[in-house]
Design a protein around this ligand. Structure first.
Ligand code: AMP
Length: 188
């Protein structure tokens, strides 16, 4: 089964949850740029200090920083046979850079899964997550800003992948396990 996969969708659509389940089902690592940034913030690394400013404001971390972090991660052994990208690419410059990184290895993306969910639902989910996880970028105004940034910068990427024939849209509402099955069905 094909295993170089991008998961795309608004914040709160359930990408992280599904990425973990799909990673298990497919035997490839789930690579979440948000998780890598948060680990760096926690570890107080230089990258973390830089990223935190953007994350707390609900803005994207600059492309050069994000791209080089992803290049390092994809060069690790466990990503050689496939991977699931959660939260990357998010801008057209990141799409171009990912294409270059993969082409250099003679590889390409096989599926782009868009998890869809309506705005009110994702705002409610993100605010609930703010209570349980205490993420500093889950306050209501930052949440709404992150959704605007998504719509402006990331939603248009689905057209690029649709034109390439790679886009699979999956309804992100419903039982977690059902959604996993829906995704697996679309990529099998
Ligand atoms: P996430 O957990 O995927 O919602 O990411 C949390 C935050 O990390 C985002 O709001 C951005 O500030 C930053 N981030 C994660 N992935 C990217 C990316 N591909 N490009 C730029 N910033 C990112």
């Amino acid at each position: 089964m094909s295993s170089r996969i991008i998961l795309i969708g608004p914040p709160g659509a359930g990408k992280g949850t599904q990425a973990a389940r799909l990673s298990e089902a497919l035997g490839v690592p789930a690579i979440s740029t948000g998780d890598i940034f948060r680990a760096n913030v926690k570890g107080e690394t230089e990258l973390g200090t830089l990223a935190k400013r953007y994350m707390d404001a609900g803005e994207y971390v600059p492309d050069e920083v994000t791209n080089s972090m992803v290049a390092d991660r994809l060069a690790q052994d466990d990503a050689a046979e496939g991977f699931l990208l959660d939260g990357y690419p998010r801008t057209s410059a990141q799409v171009d850079e990912l294409d270059r990184m993969l082409a250099a290895e003679g590889k390409e993306i096989e599926h782009v899964v868009e998890l869809t969910a309506d705005t009110d639902e994702v705002v409610a989910r993100l605010l609930a997550r703010a209570q349980t996880e205490g993420r500093s970028d889950d306050s209501e105004d930052v949440v709404r800003h992150r959704l605007d940034v998504y719509e402006e910068q990331t939603q248009p990427l689905t057209d690029i992948y649709r034109e390439r024939g790679l886009l699979r849209q999956v309804d992100g509402l419903g039982e977690v396990s059902e959604i996993t099955e829906r995704i697996l069905d679309t990529i099998r």
